[in-house]
Design a protein around this ligand. Structure first.
Ligand SMILES: [Fe+2]
Length: 255
């Protein structure tokens, strides 16, 4: 059972989980257009590309060995896919991009929305700036991303199912969603992998986020991150979605 403080943070995360965002609702309802999915990949990529560096930025400052080791294992798996015998996780996201017509080599040079830049900068600062206590990054970046409940709409369709069944992506295109941010309705965590990643974060917060001042800073940092993240989601939908454009269906490109 998580501590009262961790439960409070997880309550904040749950209240504004991804599926409360109109962007995710549109994608999950099978209404996304090609331009929306491409923009989704382009604007989400920098956040994902910084993920392991943010995990390591926190890990660097953790004295407790089992917790540090769990963070490093998480980052190692993310960067290599070696523990799950799959690919570097960002590569599977880039494969998803390829299946909707985004060239992976274009991603580092793409023009980012101000809302995307604000979110990436918040995350870097919270996790990697050594004058910011690492429990802020743990709450507002690591717990926020790992602690997402399953992405399913009210009818129980998951990101993986919608990518496969509505947008007709080939398996290499929806591989990313098998391990991330997807689950069939009714199951507990995002996936076993991510559930396993949440436990050390709870331990870390119990051990190190142990004064009212630190807890208040972590709480505020999480509240800021949640706002920035939803502004970033809203920008993607606002800038890239026009319901008069045809719904995307995979046509066999990018194989
Ligand atoms: Fe991952």
């Amino acid at each position: 059972m998580p501590s009262e403080f961790v439960q409070e943070l997880e309550g904040m995360i749950h209240e504004r989980r991804k599926t409360t965002s109109p962007l995710y609702q549109t994608i999950l309802e099978g209404k996304a257009t090609n331009r929306l999915l491409q923009t989704f990949v382009i604007q989400r990529w920098p956040v994902k590309s910084w993920w392991t560096r943010n995990v390591i930025g926190v890990a660097t400052r953790v004295d407790d060995i089992p917790i540090r080791r769990a963070l490093i294992e998480n980052a190692y798996e993310e960067e290599t896919g070696a523990l799950s015998h799959s690919k570097r996780h960002v590569t599977t996201f880039e494969d998803f991009g390829r299946s909707v017509g985004v060239a992976p080599e274009s991603l580092p040079h793409a023009t980012l929305f101000p809302e995307t830049i604000a979110l990436v900068e918040h995350n870097k600062n919270a996790c990697c700036n050594t004058s910011v206590h690492f429990t802020e990054g743990t709450a507002s970046v690591l717990l926020l991303m790992e602690g997402q409940p399953p992405i399913t709409d009210t009818k129980g369709s998951s990101m993986m199912a919608v990518m496969r069944d509505a947008y007709k992506l080939p398996e290499w295109g929806y591989e990313f969603f098998k391990h991330h941010a997807s689950s069939d309705a009714g199951s507990e965590g995002v996936s076993d992998l991510e559930e396993e990643h949440t436990a050390p974060l709870r331990d870390l917060l119990d051990l190190y986020c142990n004064t009212p001042e630190l807890q208040e800073r972590a709480r505020q940092s999480l509240a800021t991150a949640i706002e920035l993240r939803h502004s970033h989601f809203d920008a993607i939908l606002r800038e890239a979605y026009d319901p008069s454009e045809p719904v995307f269906v995979y046509q066999g490109e990018g194989a």
